[in-house]
Design a protein around this ligand. Structure first.
Ligand code: TRP
Ligand code: SF4
Length: 404
């Protein structure tokens, strides 16, 4: 692939945490499901990442991987559209991580805000390992091995995508510079035809000398439309545009997951550690029971007390499901006390259960035959590996380890 194709590629990972809840569904998974129709997506179970903060007890990783992937499938991720796989089945991530570790300055890792944060928060764990310090670099390898252009992540992970960009830039700078780079780029240029070559040179000059970003875009578009260039020449010319060497590892952008505010049953943020979750594929009675006893606006002590939906976690859930009409009905009914909380919760329970019925139906074949899940991961991991190997071949050659 050329660095241009990376625009159409998305990669993201999730640690194997077992069954997912509605907070994770609305915050992350729904985005993934959407992205799989628009991009070439690689979604993986970040099982090595689970070891970086918890190597002492690995007994749950397999079960958690299975449960989480069933939820992915239940939510509508389709192995025909997206490549779903397991990180540890694609050892190329590890080789790239190793090679990147050679050029990554220690302070880049030590100053990661996530590093300092977690050192403080997870003080019951042994975090004095290289694995923990180096985990953002492993994440960089996860991304760069697919030359992905876009990485959906939570806001807290944006710094890791930035590190990925820094590391890619450094790698390209150190290893992308062939000794006769300029001559090679000029030779590649001649293969484009006179008119295109002249336009490219003009745009390149405008960008390099005056920082004209539009000229850069024009030159890139011109390259993208060239049919006769080999991948190597094309990469060279992309790199030459920005004055540097060949771009072996393109820099990705983050797509920040819209922080859907999903409250838990107690009104706090929905989170497994608070024990306030509604899982995907919950039994209908359980959904009903959980919502029925869910916290509401504390101002509504009695049925006749008016309430304010903005102060009510139930309403926050309604906002994820309700039609405009239903929302108006809730708002007006709550403020005028013409409906009670039980009335209000009823259509929410129905909406969640309708969504979950579909998820349960999608999950059923996989629950009945776990081998189907293993097959999805097996196939996905092979597909991912093919791509990862291609990148790694270029990387090895650039580093000087091509083996021939
Ligand atoms: N570090 C991410 C998390 O804890 C998971 C992850 C690992 C990831 N590798 C990735 C996300 C690559 C995006 C891209 O949530
Ligand atoms: Fe909340 Fe609905 Fe009760 Fe109003 S009526 S407090 S929105 S549950």
């Amino acid at each position: 692939m050329s660095s241009n194709d990376s625009d159409t590629r998305v990669v993201s990972g999730m640690r194997p945490t077992g069954r997912l809840h509605l907070g994770q569904y609305h915050g992350v998974l729904k985005n993934w499901v959407q992205l799989q129709h628009e991009y070439e997506c690689y979604f993986f179970v970040a099982d090595w990442h689970a070891l970086t903060t918890g190597y002492e007890d690995t007994s749950q990783i397999e079960q958690h991987t299975f449960d989480m992937v069933v939820d992915w499938l239940a939510a509508g991720l389709n192995p025909g559209s997206a490549t779903l796989f397991q990180q540890s089945r694609v050892p190329e991530h590890a080789e790239l991580h190793l090679l990147l570790s050679m050029i990554t300055p220690l302070p880049w890792l030590e100053r990661m805000p996530t590093y300092k944060d977690q050192l403080q928060k997870l003080n019951d764990r042994d975090l004095s390992t290289y694995g923990f310090l180096g985990y953002p670099l492993l994440q960089a390898a996860d991304i760069l091995i697919y030359r992905a252009g876009h990485v959906p992540v939570g806001a807290d992970q944006v710094v890791h995508v930035e590190l990925t960009r820094d590391v890619a830039r450094r790698f390209n700078h150190v290893f992308g510079r062939e000794p006769d780079f300029e001559q090679q780029a000029e030779a590649a240029l001649q293969k484009m035809g006179k008119k295109a070559a002249r336009l490219y040179s003009e745009c390149r000059r405008a960008y390099v000398e005056q920082g004209d970003a539009q000229a850069l875009e024009r030159a890139r578009a011109l390259l993208a439309s060239q049919q006769n260039l080999s991948i190597g020449d094309s990469e060279r010319l992309y790199g030459y545009l920005e004055g540097g060497g060949r771009i072996i590892l393109p820099e990705p952008q983050s797509i920040i997951n819209a922080a859907a505010k999903v409250p838990g049953l107690d009104g706090e943020k929905m989170s497994k550690s608070y024990g306030n979750t509604i899982s995907l594929r919950e039994a209908p009675e359980v959904v009903e029971e959980k919502v029925r006893t869910m916290k509401t606006d504390p101002a509504r002590v009695r049925r006749n007390d008016p309430g304010e939906p903005e102060n009510c976690p139930v309403f926050a859930l309604h906002e994820l499901y309700a039609s405009d009409d239903l929302r108006t009905w809730v708002t007006e009914g709550c403020r005028s006390a013409s409906i009670g909380c039980i009335d209000c919760k009823k259509p929410l329970i129905d909406a969640i259960n309708a969504e979950q019925a579909q998820m349960r139906a999608r999950a059923e074949p996989f629950e009945n035959d776990p081998d189907l899940v293993h097959a999805v991961l097996q196939e996905g991991s092979e597909r991912a590996r093919d791509e990862a190997r291609e990148t790694l071949e270029d990387v090895r050659a650039a580093v000087g380890l091509a083996g021939r």
